[in-house]
Design a protein around this ligand. Structure first.
Ligand SMILES: [Zn+2]
Length: 478
């Protein structure tokens, strides 16, 4: 993913003029459904760490959770699934299904929490490298299940009142281990709560915060939603309504693992260890408590209109490994490539360093999307949502891009900061939304060639899971 394309799209969308507010009530509905794969019926390869991690059981169910919001002429559904990631073409399939069942829906967002303890929905974690771990039956059923849940949320819409909350508690940053310089985090927590206008009963509480769900670690073989399971559970108990969690800017790499995240286990009086259920529980419940705290100082917003802007664009695929994976069927026909705007499934054979002669997907671009949404009250934006099609480095969101010796593009211009361009206090950033392109890295920090950033002894993690290095002109495979 090219940072420049992404940021330009966000900024252009943000600069568009807003429509006149329409006098109409806000309506909200929520629905959730279990999407846990059947680990007994077939082999389930678990996503997120190494190859060949086969699930042996289920610790807690995976869910898709959808919140629908309608105001004026717009009807928006936002769904988050406990999955590692979904490609854009799966999201388009979900949208088609939603559209045929509920033609009044004007926008559908499908995001993943980036769960590292669920099924492989991207094909990358099969029995061995370049052998898919994706179960097509599960994937086909999944698209339908997400769409059904979105439609259920829309059908449940009722007049609603919205409360917006935000929390900047220092503990939020202490729950994020950052392992790559610059040590910029994205600790901000944003919450929206919808209550029934007629009964005052909570409908849904949406939480947005940033951290890799990988707490049980690479040796765990039980399916779990990880800390979002406890986060949602705690929010549902403390605040009420159906909880839905959207992950944020988690590149760089913000993680619950690592010694920087030190939470005391009240039972033992010791710091909860990595790769334990206790640590996942403590992270989730702590964020849940802070979401409740955020709402205590929350503000009512009389939302009467939505502004929804979408930019669909092509981003060159510059990662050779992803091209080989595509040609070898790792994505099972998903993640198609385009050349000059037309689908291009052609392949060729190439000699790739370290891999030998391999089939190689020859198309030029991936299609992807960013959205910018305003929840508007009395003609003004009250809250904003920016969707990001991957794992963006927090310095692109909050500022703080650094120049270090060893960078491949030491003189690259610094990209604009997203939050600085947003207009409201409530700045929801939905990461892995509508696509999962991998890491989105500032050009000045791009480091695919030695010497490594800050003269580090080995390469930093990140580029290997990115759609590609930043580019200036049309990419020619080398
Ligand atoms: Zn990740």
């Amino acid at each position: 993913m090219t940072v420049k394309n992404f940021l330009m799209a966000i900024l252009v969308l943000g600069a568009m003029s807003a429509p006149c507010a329409r006098a109409a009530d806000l309506r909200a509905g929520a629905a959730k459904a279990v999407i846990t794969p059947d680990v007994k019926a077939s082999k389930v390869y678990m996503a997120g760490f190494g190859n060949n991690r086969v699930a042996t059981g289920v610790h807690d169910d995976l869910y898709v959770r959808c919140l629908a919001l309608a105001a004026g002429n717009d009807n928006l559904v936002m769904c988050a699934s406990d999955l590692i990631g979904l490609f854009y073409d799966d999201v388009l399939k979900v949208r088609e299904k939603v559209k045929s069942a509920a033609p009044g829906v004007t926008a559908v967002i499908v995001a993943s929490t980036h769960d590292h303890e669920g099924p492989d929905t991207m094909g990358l974690w099969g029995p061995m490298p370049l052998e898919s771990g994706m179960d097509e039956n599960y994937m086909n059923g999944l698209d339908g299940r997400i769409a059904e849940t979105a439609v259920k949320a829309v059908r449940a819409e009722q007049p609603a009142v919205l409360t917006l909350g935000r929390d900047d508690h220092p503990l939020l940053a202490l729950l994020q281990d950052d392992s790559r310089p610059p040590y910029v985090k994205d600790p901000y927590l944003f919450v929206m709560k919808l209550d029934s206008a007629s009964t005052d009963q909570p409908i849904s509480t949406l939480v947005n915060w940033s951290d890799h769900p990988e707490t049980p670690g690479e040796r765990n073989t039980l399916i779990t939603a990880d800390y979002p399971h406890w986060l949602c559970d705690s929010v549902e108990k403390r605040v009420g309504g159906m909880a839905v969690f959207f992950n944020g800017s988690i590149g760089g790499l913000l993680s619950t693992l690592g010694d920087q995240v030190a939470l005391e286990d009240p039972e033992s009086g010791e710091t909860a260890r990595n790769n334990t259920w206790k640590k996942a529980e403590l992270v989730g419940t702590t964020v849940g408590e802070l979401a409740e705290r955020a709402l205590k100082s929350g503000e009512r917003a009389d939302v009467d209109a939505l502004l929804i802007r979408r930019a669909v664009f092509f981003a060159p695929l510059l990662n050779d490994h992803f091209r080989v994976a595509g040609a070898l069927g790792v994505y099972k026909g998903r993640k198609p490539l385009y050349t000059d705007g037309q689908l291009d499934s052609s392949t060729s054979e190439r000699e790739l360093a370290g891999l030998g002669k391999l089939k190689y997907a020859a198309g030029h671009d991936l299609e992807t999307e960013v959205d910018y949404i305003q929840l508007r009250a009395h003609g003004k934006p009250a809250a904003e949502i920016a969707t990001v099609p991957g794992e963006i480095y927090p310095e692109l969101i909050n500022g703080g891009i650094a120049r270090y010796p060893g960078a491949d593009f030491p003189d690259a211009p610094l990209e604009p900061t997203v939050r600085a361009r947003l207009k409201t206090k409530y700045q929801f950033i939905f990461g892995l939304a509508n696509d999962e392109l991998g890491y989105i890295i500032p050009k000045a920090e791009w480091d695919d060639q030695p010497p490594w950033l800050k003269n580090h002894a080995e390469r930093w993690y990140g580029e290997v899971n990115s759609t590609g290095r930043p580019f200036r002109r049309r990419y020619e495979p080398s």
